[in-house]
Design a protein around this ligand. Structure first.
Ligand code: KG4
Ligand code: ZN
Length: 340
């Protein structure tokens, strides 16, 4: 029998300080997330300088908790993995410096992980049968990508957003209708009481780029609607606005994903990232996949938003290939997927 591979993973690219211990890429022994959301809510969004400082304050404790909950120690792990991009440079640096120090002191290999690759790999944790090739839609606060996962660690990007990320659009619209930060979960909740067909917001399709996305026009359309309704002193139904906006985002996400799955002959579809926990996206994507005979995979909400378990899952496949990072690994805020 092959020996177990246990990886300590660290994530600090945005506003969650997270550490996890993962066995054989798919078994979570611990998953500790210290969220800074309450702190950033005061400012209506993530303040990079505050995020970095909080990561420094919390990092050691989060790692200690992850090791103790997994009943393991630095001597017993096989490698230390860390998100090194993309993300906020100051925030990334905290995790990268910590991982390098542990790697050097404990004499364990270091594995730098791409944050989006982490989000994709979150799907491996609870779907033990999922193996490449598959199509993955990654929708988070910073990214909207449609990607073919050709093999572990091998990606072909089919499409991406031209402007706002899907989660960013959710957050901006939520702020405009007074729901606060982070807006995604709040819109998801309010939309359940609204009519998705009440207001006809635009669905952007880009000429010659069938798998790309654009959400800035939709965001402006919602802001215009709010202004006009206010000027006319007409009554506003916030639940209808939330439901109609959400439907406009989800329609495009589903349509482009299904088109790509059909055109590339991929029968396994996965979704990942914070917005993948959106209940309307999940239900619409499931219906569309069932209609077309595709299998749909998605992680539990705790593995959709930022966490370190997903970084450990991605790192396992790098470990298997012996792809280690050197101790001069640096934070790369605009790291591209597939770049090493
Ligand atoms: O993956 P994530 O934690 O961070 C990034 O890598 O960006 O994603 C956070 C984003 C935020 O924009 C948040 O509003 C959105 O995911 N989000 C949601 C939901 N839960 C989180 N958007 C829509 N519906 C949700 N239920
Ligand atoms: Zn993320």
């Amino acid at each position: 029998m092959e020996k177990d591979v246990v990886i300590l993973a660290i994530e600090s690219s945005c506003d969650e300080t997270a550490a996890a211990v993962i066995k054989n890429g798919r078994e979570v022994l611990s998953n500790i997330i210290s969220s800074q959301i309450a702190l950033h809510t005061l400012y209506g969004g993530v303040v990079p300088e505050i995020a970095s400082r909080k990561h420094i304050e919390r990092m050691n404790q989060v790692i200690e908790e992850a090791l103790s909950e997994a009943k393991t120690s630095l001597e017993d792990i096989n490698a230390v993995a860390v998100t090194y991009g993309p993300g906020l440079v100051g925030a990334l640096l905290v995790g990268v410096a910590e991982a390098k120090a542990i790697s050097y002191a404990a004499k364990k290999p270091l594995i730098g992980v791409h944050h989006i690759e982490g989000h994709i790999s979150a799907n491996y944790i609870e779907n033990k049968e999922l193996k490449p090739p598959f199509l993955c839609l990654i929708v988070s606060g910073g990214h909207t990508h449609l990607v073919i996962v050709k093999d572990y660690g091998e990606y072909e990007i089919l499409g991406r957003t031209h402007d706002d990320a899907a989660g960013e659009a959710f957050d901006k619209v939520a702020r405009a209708i007074g729901l606060g930060y982070p807006g995604g979960p709040k819109i998801d909740c309010l939309a359940k009481e609204g009519n998705p067909q009440a207001i006809s917001f635009p669905r952007a399709h880009i000429e010659g780029a069938p798998y790309d996305f654009s959400f800035s026009g939709l965001k402006s359309a919602v802001l215009n609607y709010l202004n006009i309704t206010q000027m006319k002193q007409e009554e506003m139904n916030l639940a209808d606005i939330a439901a109609s906006f959400q439907a406009a985002v989800v329609d495009v996400l589903v349509a482009h994903t299904i088109l790509a799955a059909k055109n590339y002959g991929l029968h396994q579809v996965a979704i990942a990232g914070g917005v993948a926990s959106n209940s309307y996206l999940r239900s619409q994507m499931l219906t569309a996949c069932q209609t077309n005979g595709f299998e749909l995979y998605y992680p539990s909400p705790i593995y959709c938003t930022d966490n370190a378990a997903m970084i450990g899952a991605a790192a396992y496949y790098e470990y298997q290939k012996g792809k280690y990072s050197k101790l001069d690994l640096n934070a790369v805020p605009n790291l591209r997927l597939g770049q090493r």
